[in-house]
Design a protein. Structure first.
Length: 195
């Protein structure tokens, strides 16, 4: 349960979700006002937001340096058949540091159908085309549990572009982004496309 709370806090900190729903949704209280630039005179709430933004950036940088470095990777496959997409992916931490928790985002070029679809435990729909799943804690050199999504898409597309990438890495730095970000073109052939 603590992991889910930490995961929710991380998503909220990234602006993906708030207590009111996905970022940018009506009533979330998020402001579209730009942050203050250096040398600009600001007053009231805008000044407070600018100070908080700088403080958050500094704290995030300090946390990243303190947490160490890890190399997250996702490997798996995606298959499209008659409007259903099945994605299997396995997270891995190549180290050298452990990752206390991470979240991976999957985004489709064609959105999943709007009707109630069952997502695996630890996964949540965060937008029209996005699903975010937690990986759990990953020790250095450890392979995580496989995440499997089987969703019906709107219509019966002939192809779908799938984007996969780390949304949150548990506060550790990952300087090798080549193996945790993928774009896969999946054709409606029933064949598995590996990434």
């Amino acid at each position: 349960m603590r992991g889910l709370a930490m995961w929710g806090t991380a998503l909220a900190a990234l602006g993906v979700v708030t207590a009111a729903g996905p970022a940018g949704a009506a009533g979330t209280g998020l402001s579209a006002e730009p942050e203050a630039r250096a040398g600009q005179v600001v007053r009231g709430e805008q000044a407070e937001r600018a100070v908080q933004a700088r403080r958050s950036e500094r704290v995030a940088g300090e946390a990243e340096r303190a947490a160490g470095e890890a190399d997250l990777a996702y490997h798996g496959s995606a298959e499209l058949r008659r409007g259903r997409i099945r994605v299997e992916l396995t997270p891995r931490n190549h180290g050298p540091s452990a990752v206390p928790e991470a979240a991976v985002r999957l985004r489709w070029s064609v959105p999943p159908a709007q009707d109630a679809q069952r997502l695996p435990d630890g996964c949540v729909r965060t937008g029209e085309r996005d699903v975010v799943c937690r990986t759990g804690a990953l020790a250095a050199g450890e392979v995580g549990e496989r995440i499997t999504l089987d969703l019906r898409l709107r219509g019966r597309p002939a192809e779908v572009r799938l984007e996969i990438g780390t949304l949150w890495g548990g506060g550790v730095a990952d300087h090798n982004r080549a193996n945790d970000r993928h774009e896969v073109l999946v054709l409606d052939t029933g064949d598995a496309y590996s990434f």
